[in-house]
Write a protein that binds this ligand. Sequence first.
Ligand SMILES: [Zn+2]
Ligand SMILES: [Zn+2]
Length: 344
Amino acid sequence: MLAYTYVKEGTFQLLEKPKPTLLDSRDAIVRVTLASICTSDLHIKHGSVPRAVPGITVGHEMVGVVEEVGSQVGTVRPGDRVTVNVETFCGSCFFCQNGWVNNCTDPNGGWALGCRIDGGQAEYVRVPYADQGLNKIPDLVTDRQALFVGDILATGYWAAEIGEVKAGDTVLIIGGGPTGICTLQCVRLKSPGKVILCDRDPWRLNFIQAHWPDTITVLPEELEAAVKEHCPHGGADAVLEVAGSEDTFRMAWACARPNAVVTVVSLYDKAQTLPLPDMYGKNLTFKTGGVDGCHCGEILALIAAGKIDTTPLITHTCKLRDIESGYALFEERWDHVIKVAVEP
Ligand SMILES: [Zn+2]
Ligand SMILES: [Zn+2]
């Protein structure tokens, strides 16, 4: 089968590999019907994910059809359409039992697919702990609707939860990329009073405005004025930092009102400064990523009910055999790309 492979730092290549087989009684083999390219794939390519293992098939955002299951798999059967979770988790360790599946202590726990074990930019993928890692897609939900459930949409859902967004709140989201837009959709489910979304790309702000017109979209240089205008208590009630750029961590705490929760979803390239003397008396609560992606069933139900729709994010689609061109487009941000779907 064809599999897009991390060969060495700077090089991914489409290679012919054997079809994966069951290695454990809790594994499933999934025939990938749609995958996508994520910014984290680029992080692997550029060598900024030291845990990534050369030789592995990349890709951790996909949907497919179950081909084969191990004897201990109980929740899915061959023929089921499923989402695949970016995180591998055992479901039984201390952290899993508390819902903190990102910290699962299994050797393959956390982000393994497409990083430490073969992922899904391929025709088939082996999924460990299939009972935890796969969720059945409701009949009415298409592959394109379900594509982001296991990764960026799981992240947005989790961010809105831990960000403690309440009805009536003025919420600030920093970052209008794919995960920022997923976060926006999940925040909207909490009936906030107002949502301000800040991004430095005017095209993306227009895109967001066109799809979710009641969002207040601002450029970084307009943010301070927007916070003054829309936040009666000196800042946003909840801030979600989904950008991870040079100045966005400072913006996040500076734009929060006293006693707000500041949720940091983004992954930074560099260490950030927490200038405690400057924020003394603001009594902020900080929460940090990565995602505990164990709510995929709830998210699929919300999609089926028409409450979340991430299909507008799929701006481009390519065939697996042309994945190279999909990566070039995504990496260079050509043609206002947001997400690229890959068809095996
Ligand atoms: Zn990802
Ligand atoms: Zn666990």
